[in-house]
Design a binder for this molecule. Structure first.
Ligand SMILES: [Zn+2]
Length: 457
């Protein structure tokens, strides 16, 4: 039984799918106007762990991640510039050039972190028809009103508004950084459809019953989730900075369908940098490229993410990343010494301990600890490696390609020749070959008549 902390009820609950054996899951993806940073990727790796856990538990998962390529404004609400249009202007390119470029870059990093791809990445601009009809439906049901710049959702008409984030109108009024649009009936109201400015031709704009314009940032997720996954979905994920966005998704979807939108809301906590916030001015919005430029393996970053529980904020420092890299290399070094799998045999007690902590709201720090306990145990090498590879279906650390067999053939041949010399007492030649192996990055450890090859770290 999988247990999930539900942000809506603020309780750990037993996971019960809508349809036996199947999970529908939606993760709010990136706004593709710049590089995704390591804080964003913490959310996607957390989502990946959750996705993998469902798969390992034999669920069939219908999984969608969206790509926001229009409508996300610079204040994350209803004012300011569209992030994509602004970047297009700054770089003298079309909006499509910008979004195509950053989607490509996102997917490169995504793969490097070994995040399993969903059934579909949905682009907001490919669901305009669905978004317009969803707004029309809300209008028909009396949840909207028009202003001089668009169509807004009237949050006072939805009783459950604020249930998810706990942010009610008063908080927003108090915390408002910008002046609240005087045409809004309630401070929490949000745009469903924005009209294009009269004096400006946007790269991305469409005809609608309300005039030429573009969809609001929130409506896209509702429209895509409803279209691809149905009116009620099992799991919806996102970073904890998206609580307001999700609250708006609930309002739109439930008012349009009259049904509960999501059963389990899940939020990944923030990544801190050196104990503080990530920001442009501090120049610490690191990307995977920055991580690699410093000589780190992308999977060391993945290992680092797993060292924290997804609901707890995690502090990134270069030292912490170094420790993660050291641990990962140690893991690889251990499995490099193992022989490839001959027969399937599992350490059932370790595996069930591992699945227990994973299934208990995805406790990856404990999962890693269990994995290390297994490695240190006196379980046989074959059983260890089989069990480890099963665990790696959740961890995603690419352990398989480091198991024994991955040592290049010429290295194995050299070591074999050296061992023959050694067994025949031809020490000078054996030593020569040992040095040659070390120069190529390998160590040989003699074990009786046999030997082990390890990669140097
Ligand atoms: Zn979303």
């Amino acid at each position: 039984m999988i247990k999930i902390y539900n942000s809506l009820t603020k309780k750990v609950e037993d996971f019960k799918p809508i349809h036996e054996g199947t999970v529908s899951m939606y993760t709010c993806g990136p706004t593709v106007y710049s590089y995704a940073h390591i804080g964003n990727f913490r959310t996607y790796v957390s989502a990946d762990i959750i996705y993998r856990t469902f798969l390992v538990n034999d669920y069939k998962v219908r999984y969608i991640i969206n790509l926001t390529d229009v409508g996300h404004l610079s204040d994350d609400a209803d004012d300011g510039d569209d992030k994509v249009e602004k970047m297009a202007k700054e770089e003298g390119k079309s909006a499509r050039d910008i979004t195509d470029f950053y989607i490509k870059r996102f997917l490169i990093d995504y793969e490097k972190l070994r995040i399993i791809k969903p059934k579909k990445f949905t682009r907001a601009t490919e669901y305009i028809k669905e978004q317009v009809s969803l707004v029309s439906e809300l209008e028909k049901r009396g949840y909207t009103y028009r202003t001089s710049d668009g169509v807004y959702f009237d949050t006072s008409r939805f009783e459950k508004y604020g249930e998810l984030s706990g942010h009610f109108a008063e908080d927003i009024l108090e915390g408002a950084r910008v002046e609240i649009n005087p045409e809004k009936r309630n401070p929490t109201d949000f745009a469903l459809w924005k009209l294009s400015p009269k004096d400006e031709k946007r790269w991305q704009e469409w005809e609608s019953p309300w005039g030429i314009g573009f969809p609001g940032w929130h409506i896209e997720c509702s429209a895509m989730a409803l279209k691809e996954l149905g009116q009620t979905i099992d799991v919806h994920l996102g970073g904890e900075d998206l609580l307001m966005h999700h609250q708006n998704e609930i309002a739109q979807s439930e008012c349009a369908t009259g049904k509960e939108f999501v059963h389990y809301w899940m939020h990944a906590a923030f990544l801190k940098i050196d104990g503080g916030k990530m920001s442009k001015s501090l120049n610490n919005m690191y990307t995977l490229e920055d991580i690699e430029a410093k000589g780190f393996d992308p999977l060391s970053l993945r290992y680092f993410y797993l060292s924290g529980h997804y609901r707890t904020s995690l502090n990134f420092t270069w030292e912490a990343l170094q420790s993660a890299q050291t641990a990962l290399k140690k893991l690889y070094q251990v499995v490099e010494g193992y022989s490839p799998i001959q027969e399937e045999t599992f350490a059932k007690d370790y595996l069930s301990r591992f699945m227990d902590v994973v299934n208990n709201d995805f406790n990856m720090p404990q999962a890693l600890a269990t994995m290390w306990d297994l490695l240190k145990s006196d379980v046989s090498e074959q059983t260890k490696i089989c069990t480890l590879l099963k665990m790696d279906e959740v961890l995603g650390l690419d352990i398989e390609s480091h198991v024994g067999m991955t040592i290049p053939e010429e290295i194995v041949n050299l070591a074999e020749t050296r061992n023959t010399y050694r067994r025949n007492g031809i020490w000078d030649k054996a030593d020569q070959l040992r040095k040659q192996l070390e120069a190529s990055g390998y160590l040989v450890e003699d074990r009786g008549d046999s030997y082990k090859i390890r990669r140097r770290i």
